[in-house]
Design a protein around this ligand. Sequence first.
Ligand code: BGC
Length: 868
Amino acid sequence: MAVIYATRSPEISEREKRNMERSRRIAAQGMVLLKNDGVLPLPADGRKLAVFGSGVRRTVKGGTGSGDVNSRSVYTVEQGLVDAGFTIGSASWLDRFDEACSSAMGVYMEKISALIREKGPAGFMEVMENPYRDPDVPEITMEDLTGADRSCAVYVISRNSGEGADRKAVPGDYELTEREIQNLEALTAGFEHTVVVLNVGGVIDTSCLRGMDGISAILLMSQAGNISGLALADVLTGKVNPSGHLTATWAERFGDYPSAETFSYRNGDVDDEYYLEGIYVGYRYFDSFGVTPAYPFGFGGSYTEFAVTVKSVELQGGDVTVSALVKNTGAKYAGREVVQAYVSQPEGSLDKPYQVLAGYAKTDELAPGAEQCLTITFPVSSLASYDEEKAAYLLEKGEYVVRVGTHSRNTHIAAVLTLDETIITEQLKNNLVPDCDLSVLKADRSAFFTYDGEAAEKEKAPVIAVPASAVSLFTAVYSGTPEALVTDKTEKVTMQDVLAGTATLDDLTAQLTVPELADLCVGTARGGFGSQSTIGAASTACPGAAGDTTSALLESRGVVNLVLADGPAGLRLSPSFVADKDNNIIPGLGQSAFGNMDQLLGIAKPERPSDAVDYYQYCTAIPIATLLAQTWDLAAIEEAGDIAGEEMEEFGVTLWLAPGMNIHRNPLCGRNFEYYSEDPLVAGLCAAADTLGVQKHPGCGTTIKHFALNNQEDNRTHSNAHCTERAIREIYLKGFEIAVKRSAPLSLMTSYNLINGQHSANRYELLTSILRDEWGFGGVVMTDWGTTGGGGFDAPKEYKYGNSDTAGCIKAGNDLTMPGSQQDVDTIIAAVGADPAENPFALTLGELQACAKRVLALAEKRERAVRR
Ligand code: BGC
């Protein structure tokens, strides 16, 4: 009889209520005040508020695709404002927009169901590529304005995106539509103040908002999960003082981003992506190339003011510690401030950006007049740059200027660290060499950002000499082909023996046959079930979860199957399902994880047995990753992870397919909302905090993804990212490295794309040499869904670059091919002992055992946790 973790009660649980409250508190901390001339906070005085815009009723809680979480309900902006005591003075306009949306949705669904009926699961991939979009908003007429309080209007602009498709730099997406602009003009003419709220997952063009008289405040609410409206109302009314800061640079115009012309589909080539900006991503580019942003990286306002005074900068061992006193100098509102430390590295043989973020900290809530001393500590070695010629990280000799402030364009020099000689901090080998000539951007220091008084500050700054002995050298030792495991145990070893301590995992692994080992290394979406499964909802054990590991060894060897469920904005499961009296889940009854997907796929609903039982698994949709990062509060992010972990325990999920931590290379990446930042330190610290929160729950783990350079969504599955090893290591891998070293996530997911000519899923140098040998990762590596092809996951197209190979995954140290097909199992079996002259991915038994053993180790961990 299967174990069912879900509840039989349809009633809202105490856990749901509690986690919504926690999520609400976190969400409000990550909203960013971009402008305020004093109109905010709005007194919650019950006034009849004029609230317009696409996000009022159709509030976007998070993006689409596998990152979309099925919560019980979503508090819209409208509901949040009503809950805060306002009445809505714009209902007829909102009704008109609702009608327009339902008819647009009707037309879309007809088109899509025809497509899916024709093409099956492959058609589903096309849905991802052409997601439903709301139509443009209706015009605001004079009649719409009657009756509402004229002192202030609120306009909520929403945008949505998701996996499989990049955003477009066009009106309705990156830009405002003509109609949105007209509507804003009508409001600014008719109301004393207009507050613009951005219910968006990433950057949009704000030029028109910044240029329009009468827009008194702009608040980035982001996408805050199922309590979106409540958290927004908390901030608008001042119940919570906004303390979020941006984790990406908001450019004045889209063309200002260095990859603007060539990103993804923009140059007509989605097969090859050339990362010609090198290390100059985000603020590293804007600050080094004299480009002024609309809102700089790290920027965020408050209803109060703060003064930041650096008290000291000290070197202890190899660590630099900045102490800064933060005082709330305002008279009325309590609030929190973020202090950021940046470092400018010296010019040397390697070019360097103007500055890089080295560390940050956030105050507690400070009452007016209150102060707090923050400390920010970072290792000197984190300031090293990767030298491809030496295959090493170097701290070049010269001056390291420490800057402290409240955003990247508002810092002051606090100290200058000096280094007399160039030090190698890590001796590695080049593992990801480009497959073509890449002539990347180089900065000319004359264009560097500067400000009045910078030179004088530097003159006066304390100088701290860093002795070479402060930094130790790490020399990587690379592993060879794993030896085959052998055992002297003759009787049959099971997982129970391992748990009892009478046998080891090596004994168990060594006794397994090649088909058993192959089974362990492939997920369960096979045969009959696989043919009906949709991407991202292939689990048989926990409906709506994205997949399972095999249960084929359950009876024979006592190896439990593990459930893997998506994120990152919470736990993605089917909200309800139905089982028979023997706990056999009946597929097709209950709610699908992808809305009406079964209906679209033409899967007939099976008959409901008379004794069938309904089960429920409502999860909390927490804020999107970008909002979490905008809190700059690692404790808050750990709490968000704790919410996911608690729900994983409740529903029997072992691995959360989150957090996503790719870099915001370009604002048009359709999945940026699932990721934290353009800065690798922020991404790494946030992913580590999320992981620590989840992994507090025994037997539960994160899956940091998508490793690596999955920075575009159009042709994410088959594009080749060409990038220098320096940029790969310093920008695109650094966050993963930080997360692995700080928090030991239980697993990691590879990306679909190729890196410099080879699929990341098949890249030994990435998954073994770098991830395991250099960083010490000890968990399971899995593929993204359908990376190896088959299973109907590819859109029916011709691709320049093909799929990765399942045996190639094993060879590279990619332990688990997900969601798995029989073909994957057969490919592995055929490769063991094959002739390398005939099969480039010929496997030794030892290579397959090494992968299977890591999956077994995870199952052991889970079992120990469950039995605790
Ligand atoms: C996504 C992954 C996700 C997986 C399972 C893929 O399409 O890229 O992020 O975890 O599906 O749903």
